[in-house]
Ligand binder design. Structure first.
Ligand code: ZN
Ligand code: ZN
Length: 156
């Protein structure tokens, strides 16, 4: 059982946590937690967010593609050209939440194009949607801290 970040008394099975968090977040509008960009079911206190991003177990899973994406976005590949229509309501917190939480793969069955490429585009869109300015700032802060630590370690 995992402890709900909104309410200590809530003990939730890991597989139910994501659904629980969506509901519990609505019931605790006064509690402002940031979502981990690597795993939507990590809701983090703002003061712990940078630290969490550095330590999150899930970052390894998508770290490679994330770095790749920085380059792709810079080259303009992440432009809203996909057929998923996923570019609507980009900054709407509700939409953001619904899309991220549902893992809706139905869209992918429509067009017979390179699934790997689509997956990449999909991640770009998600990343762009997920990050607010503050979150980006925290992410880059966490990144530079991490790089500093790596540099220190290799220097020893
Ligand atoms: Zn809860
Ligand atoms: Zn996380």
């Amino acid at each position: 059982m995992l402890q709900c970040p909104y309410e200590q008394a809530h003990l939730i099975r890991p597989e139910r946590m994501q659904i629980h968090l969506i509901k519990c977040e609505r019931q605790h509008k006064n509690v402002k937690l940031l979502k981990c960009m690597f795993n939507y079911s990590h809701h983090i206190k703002p003061e712990d967010y940078a630290e969490h991003l550095r330590l999150c177990d899930d970052r390894r899973l998508i770290e490679t593609s994330l770095y790749l994406l920085e380059g792709e976005v810079a080259r303009g590949i992440g432009k809203p050209s996909s057929t998923t229509g996923a570019t609507t309501g980009v900054m709407d917190p509700q939409t953001k939440q619904a899309v991220w939480g549902e893992e809706n793969w139905d869209d992918m069955n429509e067009a017979p194009y390179d699934p790997e490429k689509h997956c990449l585009e999909n991640k770009i869109i998600r990343k762009a949607r997920l990050l607010t300015k503050a979150e980006k700032r925290e992410f880059y802060k966490a990144e530079s801290q991490r790089h500093d630590e790596l540099a220190k370690r290799t220097a020893q």
